[in-house]
Design a protein around this ligand. Structure first.
Ligand code: HEM
Length: 279
């Protein structure tokens, strides 16, 4: 995600103007191609790094087959690892469509959004493999946690729309969404305010109704999520008022990934008594 963001922010989205080759007749950049060498190598580097994910996903699948075959949740672990591989292949195809449609914002947005279930799946796999303990919470806490995680996803979706409307397209001639940039930015920021308020509500519900153990463990997780979201919100406003300098937009992208990871971890960790028994 970060290198993909670097491609977009450096304007190198069409550094390799075709796909799956970089330029017609060559899988890698060639001297003398129309696009600048810097852009070509930035885009090509991003394509190369992506294959690392496939290697890691295959390694996870092999590990599960070799070492975790005896586990009762083997089928679930196998499914999660296979989904990583399928998701990666989906991303390869979407990445190709993105280049071939000359960075159409719908394709760029879809390319970003597909990473969110991929991250969620990878975290779920890690959580299971490491046998991470869940925290047993009351149904009200569990339901509110689900709302917070869902809203986090929606905040990210709005962010992607803002990006598709804004100036950092990855190429000067790329199409943009026909929305008003200010309006979509405010919609995005307002969804963040609702998210922050609900996260505070979740924290208070935990403080008022849960056991001391849950208050300590889950309360700390909520506070970490709140801190990261507030920091990310501050970066969001900063980039908006400073005219979207690439460096701050890049920091906002990294922040978005962190917010999603921590939002999803809340959802992975809190479980009701019924869910714990059914595990
Ligand atoms: C929890 C807080 C926030 C999260 C998780 C979040 C997430 C995101 C995401 C995922 C994107 C799209 C990144 C991409 O496609 O590369 C984005 C873009 C953006 N966000 Fe946020 N955001 C948050 C807060 C804010 C706030 C408070 C503002 C203030 C206006 C803001 C302004 C923007 C702007 C202007 C963009 C477009 C940047 C560009 O041109 O690429 N964000 N945000």
């Amino acid at each position: 995600m970060v290198t993909g963001g670097a491609v977009r922010l450096s304007g190198a989205g069409l550094g390799c103007p075709t796909w799956p080759e970089c330029v017609d007749g060559s899988i890698k950049p060639v001297i003398g191609q129309d696009e600048s060498q810097l852009h070509a190598w930035i885009e090509f580097g991003n394509r190369l790094i992506a294959w690392l994910i496939l290697i890691l996903a295959l390694a996870a699948l092999i590990y599960i087959f070799k070492k975790l075959r005896h586990r009762s949740d083997f089928k679930r672990l196998r499914l999660l690892a296979i989904l990583q591989i399928l998701g990666f292949l989906g991303q390869v195809i979407l990445g190709g469509i993105t280049v071939l449609t000359k960075l159409n914002p719908i394709s760029v947005s879809a390319h970003f959004v597909l990473t969110l279930p991929l991250i969620a799946g990878a975290l779920a796999l890690r959580h299971r493999v490491l046998d991470r303990p869940v925290i047993q919470v009351l149904p009200m806490t569990r339901n509110l946690t689900k709302v917070v995680t869902t809203l986090t996803f929606i905040v990210l979706l709005f962010g992607v729309v803002v990006t598709g409307t804004g100036p950092h397209a990855g190429d000067a001639d790329a199409k943009r969404y026909p929305f008003n940039f200010r309006a979509v930015s405010w919609l995005h920021a307002e969804s963040v305010i609702v998210l922050i308020c609900l996260t505070i509500a979740l924290y208070l519900v935990v403080k008022v109704s849960e056991t001391p153990e849950v208050k300590k463990l889950f309360g700390r997780m909520i506070l970490i999520f709140l801190g990261i979201s507030l920091g990310q919100g501050a970066i969001g406003y900063l980039q908006y008022v400073t005219g979207l300098p690439a460096l701050i937009v890049g920091a906002h992208l990294v922040g978005a990934i962190l917010v999603w990871i921590h939002g999803w971890r809340l959802n992975l960790t809190a479980r009701t008594e019924q869910e714990v028994k059914a595990k």
